[in-house]
Each structure stands twice: as C-alpha cells, then as structure tokens.
Design a protein around this ligand. Structure first.
Ligand code: SF4
Length: 77
C-alpha cells in the first residue's frame, strides 16, 4: 500500500501519486503513459496528470496493481 505521506515531490496534485518506494522500473510509464512519467535525474516515476477519463483510469488501476513495490496510490488529496 502506497503512503500518501511519502509522495515524491514531482506528483501533480490529486488522488493519484507515486511514493518514495518507487524503484524506477518504468512499468507504470509503459502501462499508463498519459499519466505517469519518469524523472530520470531523481530516479523515480511520478504522476504528471490525473486520470481524466475511463481509459486513463483503467490504465492507472492496472499500473497500481502491477507496481512491484506498491508505490502507486489513489488516496491522495
Ligand atoms: S511501477 Fe512502481 S516501481 Fe515501477 S516506476 Fe512505476 S511507481 Fe515506480
């Protein structure tokens, strides 16, 4: 379970986020490219846009379920 108290700083505001457990495996960026990006300088992924339609939401949910370290959450502010 991701921790909304440990979000990486690059996340856009909103429900979906990546926390500091991210190991930068790139899976979420591949699964939900409209919502996740990689910050290669810092070595983590982040949410650059909240899901705005059903397709994006489904991709984000798939990414959350597939993240190997459970670093994706949707209970943010
Ligand atoms: S799937 Fe998880 S560990 Fe991999 S880049 Fe995305 S948030 Fe990080």
């Amino acid at each position: 379970m991701a921790d909304k108290g440990s979000k990486v700083g690059s996340n856009v505001g909103g429900a979906w986020y990546v926390d500091t457990n991210c190991i930068n495996c790139n899976l979420c960026v591949t699964t939900a490219p409209d919502n996740f990006k990689t910050n290669d300088d810092e070595g983590f992924a982040y949410v650059f846009k909240q899901p705005a339609n059903g397709d994006e939401l489904a991709q984000c949910e798939e990414a959350m379920g597939s993240c190997p370290v459970e670093a994706i959450g949707n209970d943010g502010d």
